[in-house]
Write a protein that binds this ligand. Structure first.
Ligand code: ATP
Ligand code: MG
Length: 413
């Protein structure tokens, strides 16, 4: 057990001293209850990493949280009420405020929980030791389970017996790899890894949405490649990914993203890792319940016919960018670069092609259907045909013809 004296203080953390955070914590304290920040925010702050959203744990029941927040003039949204969570909004910042809970019964997917005022019981139902740290309004860190040394050594370790904790919720297998990929600097914890390997069949009972959410976060993590390799080597990746993984291509796309200073792109990484054929894209789209936009990225990877073997000459590159739009264009260049085999094409050539949308903005076709109709062509499919032919010519001329030149080419009936 770590003595409180060993724990660093978060008293100076800007997110904690922020007026909105203090208002929420004070509103709950005003009712005589305790409230502490918990989970990701405390973990990241202690590691010196960026903090995004703030979760708060409290001894107050949800009804009390709502009453106290309203009487302090704060906003309230009841979206997570069935899990004991109230969203309190202060100065447009949402805070998820959850009543302390202990698990009563767990079924691998859902847990029946009971409210409690016992901080240690609340900590025990959480997944990893580094996720069970709390911080009060004054910045004092509370560590009921002694998880701080694990955090300090970046060790992602299950709370309690790993196999038991996985049997309660199989998503923890994916979370183990996700957090290891995000925060650990060494190999996965041996006990955790061995339990994940033994229990991997349970992954099949998880909902597609939960798999999607964890896998997307895992894929953009700092050490995503190591996590994917480890999951593959232990038979875990095959439980969630219905396609043959090619970690070499994942490694390549990560390398390229880094070289270009591009933000990690989960779908691009997934596409590089596992999409070779249109069937792969369909199967993964269904297994992860992907959105249309996400499926679009996977489709791009399956379309060998549109991949570039080398960057296009300038006018053809502009035509491609115009037709695909900047997002699809960039991803197409990235995926082509990832698979490029021609050693004569340099990284500078590819990154120049990738940067085209930063220096050239596709113009808008300066004529419209109304112009075509004004020429006496009756409204209907013929208008679209004429317009498309005109656009094709305009693109072919590298977007040079102006409105007058385009109008001059319109057929006169
Ligand atoms: P991130 O910054 O990635 O959001 P996080 O730690 O906030 O990290 P969340 O998934 O938002 O992660 O979960 C918030 C907290 O809730 C975790 O820190 C953990 O204590 C607990 N938790 C979330 N999911 C589980 C789970 N499946 N089993 C046990 N505890 C969980
Ligand atoms: Mg979170």
């Amino acid at each position: 057990m770590t003595l409180p004296a060993d724990l660093p203080s978060l008293a100076a953390a800007p997110w904690l001293t922020a007026a909105e955070t203090q208002r929420v914590l004070a509103a709950i304290a005003a009712g005589g209850y305790e409230a502490r920040c918990v989970g990701g925010v405390v973990r990241n702050a202690l590691m010196g990493l960026a903090v995004t959203d703030i979760d708060i744990a409290t001894t107050a029941l949800p009804d009390d949280v709502m009453r106290l927040a309203r009487s302090a003039g704060l906003g309230v949204a009841e979206t997570g009420l069935q899990h004991g969570t109230v969203t309190v909004i202060a100065d447009h910042h949402p805070f998820e405020v959850t009543t302390l809970r202990r698990d009563v019964e767990t079924h691998g997917r859902h847990a029946t929980v009971a409210f409690t005022d016992d901080w240690t019981a609340d900590a025990r139902r959480r997944d990893f030791t580094m996720n069970a740290l709390y911080c009060d309004a004054a910045g004092r860190v509370h560590d009921p389970l002694g998880g701080y040394p694990d955090l300090a050594s970046r060790r992602v370790r299950f709370i309690g017996n790993p196999a038991d904790r996985i049997a309660e919720d199989y998503l923890r297998i994916l979370r183990f790899f996700r957090f290891t990929a995000q925060y650990s600097t060494s190999a996965p914890d041996a006990d955790g890894l061995s339990a994940c390997t033994r229990m991997r069949d349970g992954l099949t009972i998880l909902s597609k949405e939960r798999i999607h959410q964890e896998m997307t976060r895992l894929l953009v993590a700092r050490r995503a490649l190591d996590a994917i390799l480890s999951m593959r080597d232990h038979g875990i990746l095959a439980q969630v990914l219905p396609a043959a993984p090619r970690p070499g291509l994942l490694a390549r796309v990560i390398e390229i993203e880094r070289a270009c200073g591009c933000a990690p792109d989960a779908m691009l990484r997934l596409a590089a890792l596992a999409v070779e054929t249109p069937e792969d894209a369909v199967r993964i789209g269904a297994a992860f319940k992907l959105s249309r936009a996400e499926r679009g990225v996977l489709d791009l990877s399956s379309r060998a016919d549109v991949h570039l073997s080398a960057p296009l000459p300038p006018s053809a590159a502009r035509a491609l960018l115009y037709r695909q739009g900047p997002d699809r264009y960039r991803r197409l260049v990235m995926l082509s670069w990832t698979r490029a085999l021609d050693a004569a094409v340099t990284a500078a050539d590819w990154s120049d092609a990738l940067a085209l949308p930063d220096r050239w903005f596709a113009p808008k076709l300066p004529v419209s259907g109304a112009d075509v109709v004004a020429r006496g062509i009756p409204p209907g499919p013929a208008v679209g045909e004429v317009l498309r032919a005109l656009e094709a010519w305009w693109i072919e001329c590298d977007f040079a013809p102006d409105r007058d030149a385009l109008l001059a080419r319109l057929p006169t009936p």
